[in-house]
Design a protein around this ligand. Structure first.
Ligand SMILES: *[C@@H]1O[C@H](CO)[C@@H](O)[C@H](O)[C@H]1NC(C)=O
Ligand SMILES: *[C@@H]1O[C@H](CO)[C@@H](O)[C@H](O)[C@H]1NC(C)=O
Ligand SMILES: *[C@@H]1O[C@H](CO)[C@@H](O)[C@H](O)[C@H]1NC(C)=O
Ligand SMILES: *[C@@H]1O[C@H](CO)[C@@H](O)[C@H](O)[C@H]1NC(C)=O
Ligand SMILES: *[C@@H]1O[C@H](CO)[C@@H](O)[C@H](O)[C@H]1NC(C)=O
Length: 393
């Protein structure tokens, strides 16, 4: 009797355990349910441009693209960028640039980012300013145009366009909007010999413009926003080479303290701006992503992670501390008095952090992606695949 009762109790206990487990599993599963983003729309600069700039301006030359694509692929790197790894991890195609009219497939999104792109409008053309005319406001107009035109073409022309354009239903409200812009606005000031204080003085203007761009996407129906902060300008060879006066005081990673002060100030304001937008736009889900910390980790722990000197450019010229020459960039060949000077790739870019002095290698972007994809550096700390679930957080 006693033993029979024990058996029954054990069986009941097991059943209860089983039910509890089921409930727990169910909860875990529903908490972890992916957002199934049908598309990504990205706005940004060269850290996420997948072909807009070379669709307008001189093509990217070899050895750009050598590692992954085996040829220049519109990206300012030897291979894929963080945005490529993000798309891939969500099961989406690599994004084509909206401006790239040849062979593009926009069924799963479009990329409006332009190399040399800024938040503020630029004064002067690319040739006089060095910055892209595709500033953030232009990228937003292109996005509006994309949504309007792609819906019209999909519905009214159909045919082959249905194979290369996204399905209009729920597209705008279900897509993920990624922003990675501001680095050039800061670099512009520093390269113009401004002090950190002078750079900081226009950061509020940058925030206003960025907030207004996000507001526009929200007004059009966008709900899921993934916002990258800006990286470690003070750890980039080109910035150090342009501002030797600000490169004298370096931290333990070899980065300029002054040139990182602007980005840190920008990021603090950006985090506040995103917090403000969360309140102002309660139907939206915002994720603020601390790329700066991922990049600084890469710079300060490069050797431990398996990279060489992070301040030494892989594809550059001139040797010295950075192997960077302003006039002989990656892929540039200059002949003076019979002497050829060429910005060539190093043997193994996968061991380099800096690709060309401004941009990183595919291996470095992959490291950054790995740091951010699970949400460890995000506010709130939610993985990329769950970035639709941060509403009200
Ligand atoms: C462009 O010029 C206007 C007028 O002088 C100025 O207010 C603005 O700050 C300039 N923009 C940039 C990015 O320097
Ligand atoms: C897109 O279409 C809407 C509605 O037809 C219109 O109000 C809006 O101005 C259009 N936007 C652009 C950029 O053409
Ligand atoms: C465009 O991409 C989608 C998704 O990967 C694919 O199903 C479709 O076949 C592609 N279209 C063309 C024309 O290759
Ligand atoms: C910044 O200062 C350096 C050194 O004085 C000078 O060579 C350079 O031309 C200046 N750059 C600008 C944009 O004024
Ligand atoms: C090239 O040669 C010319 C004439 O001999 C000389 O004036 C010039 O400085 C040389 N340039 C370089 C970069 O050596």
């Amino acid at each position: 009797m006693a033993s029979a009762r024990r058996c029954t109790t054990m069986a009941t206990n097991k059943l209860i355990m089983f039910v509890v487990m089921l409930v727990v599993l169910q909860r875990v599963r529903s908490d972890d349910s992916p957002c199934d983003f049908p598309a990504i729309f990205n706005l940004g600069d060269s850290y996420s441009d997948t072909g807009a700039f070379p669709a307008l301006f001189p093509a990217v030359q070899p050895p750009y693209g050598r590692t992954f694509f085996g040829m220049p692929a519109g990206r300012q790197s030897d291979g894929r960028l963080t945005i490529d790894f993000m798309a891939q991890s969500l099961g989406l195609r690599y994004l084509n640039a909206y401006l790239d009219s040849l062979g593009s497939n926009f069924t799963q999104g479009a990329n409006f980012a332009s190399a040399a792109g800024t938040i503020r409008r630029v004064n002067g053309s690319l040739w006089t300013s060095g910055y892209s005319p595709i500033s953030l406001d232009v990228q937003i107009w292109q996005f509006q145009q994309f949504i309007n035109r792609s819906q019209f073409v999909y519905n009214n022309i159909g045919g082959v366009y249905r194979e290369i354009l996204p399905k209009p239903e729920h597209l705008v409200s279900k897509a993920l909007y990624t922003f990675d812009i501001g680095a050039n606005d800061l670099a512009m000031g520093y390269l113009d010999n401004m002090t950190t204080e002078q750079v900081e003085a226009y950061v509020p203007d940058l925030m206003e413009r960025l907030a207004s761009a996000i507001q526009t996407v929200y007004d059009l129906g966008g709900r899921y926003f993934w916002v990258h902060n800006t990286g470690t300008l003070g750890c980039l060879p080109y910035a150090l080479a342009y501002r030797p006066d600000l490169a004298t005081e370096k931290d333990s990673a070899g980065c300029s303290v002054a040139l990182n002060a602007g980005p840190r100030f920008f990021n603090a304001r950006l985090k506040e701006t995103v917090a403000r937008l969360r309140v102002a736009l309660p139907e939206a889900a915002f994720t603020y992503v601390d790329v700066y910390t991922a990049m600084y980790r890469l710079m300060s722990e490069a050797k431990k992670i398996g990279f060489g000197d992070p301040l030494r450019v892989c594809c550059g010229y001139g040797g010295g501390e950075y192997n960077f020459d302003k006039d002989i960039g990656c892929g540039v060949k200059v002949e003076v008095n019979g002497t050829v000077m060429e910005g060539k790739s190093c043997e193994d870019p996968s061991r380099s952090v800096s690709w060309d002095g401004v941009h990183l290698t595919e291996a470095a972007y992959k490291f950054i992606f790995d740091q951010i994809v699970e949400g460890a550096l995000s506010d709130p700390p939610v993985p990329l695949r769950r970035a639709c679930q941060t509403k009200g957080q």
